[in-house]
Design a protein around this ligand. Structure first.
Ligand code: PLP
Length: 235
């Protein structure tokens, strides 16, 4: 094993142990939480190392970076987790299995149109990104818009509503943020359970706050720096 692979393997074991411990504390099965490795700013070689180590879900937040990495490492589920400009929708739908950051009706339309034009055969998974503090600048639908965006996704022939996603606002206690997201998830599940299933994904928790997210029901933790190392400020 090359030194970089060994380092990532040790980090991955530590993250998996954190997830397992948080599940034990919450009375949950470790299999109920999926680790999505966020590989932004790190090279495709690191994605390949993660895959070799058993990771099956990988995420990126910018199309320019994601598209070439997805082409280099195709045999995983690719998650798009960043703010998405509508003009990037056509690219993203060619490689992404799930977009976590759907936060407007216009983006639902752009993604629907992109999937239809692409000839893609399976629907694109979509999560409503929620702005927990109603500050739209960092992405996410404000409280009053969440159900409208969910409704549009559910009505789209090209998208499949899977659940909700959020990033804890920096100045909030993670427990407050993730408890609020859990309540929103409960309403979305109740309203949108149908023939396609229950939109029960809660995409929440990152390197610094995954324990709190798991305690509040997160099903998908998005972990970057704890696996691959601290990024430069730009990332
Ligand atoms: C970068 C990023 C993450 C991972 O953050 P870490 O603190 O490095 O674990 C998770 N979610 C989103 C949306 C991100 O942009």
């Amino acid at each position: 094993m090359d030194p970089r692979t060994a380092q990532i393997a040790a980090n991955l074991a530590a993250v998996r142990e954190r997830i397992a411990a948080a599940c034990r504390a919450a009375g949950r099965e470790p299999e109920s939480v999926t680790l999505v490795a966020i590989t932004k700013t790190y090279p495709a070689d690191d994605v390949a190392r993660l895959v070799e180590l058993g990771v099956r879900d990988v995420g990126e937040n910018r199309d320019q970076e994601a598209a070439p990495k997805a082409a280099a490492v195709p045999d995983v589920r690719w998650h798009f987790v960043g703010q998405l400009q509508r003009n990037k929708a056509r690219s993203v739908v060619t490689y992404a299995d799930v977009v976590h950051s759907v936060d407007s009706l216009r983006l639902v339309d752009a993604l629907t149109d992109a999937v239809v034009r692409s000839g893609r055969e399976t629907p694109l998974g979509a999560l409503v990104q929620v702005s927990l503090d109603d500050d739209e600048r960092r992405g996410g639908a404000v409280t009053g818009a969440v159900e409208k965006v969910a409704e549009a996704i559910a009505a789209s022939p090209a998208l499949r509503l899977l659940g909700v996603m959020a990033v804890a606002p920096v100045d909030w206690a993670p427990d407050d943020a993730f408890a609020r997201l859990a309540a929103i998830s409960g309403r979305i599940k109740q309203r949108f359970t149908g023939p396609d299933g229950t939109p029960d994904w809660i995409s929440a928790g990152m390197s610094g706050d995954l324990e709190s997210a798991i305690l509040h029901g997160s099903t998908h933790v998005r972990v970057g720096s704890a696996l691959l190392g601290k990024r430069t400020p730009l990332g």
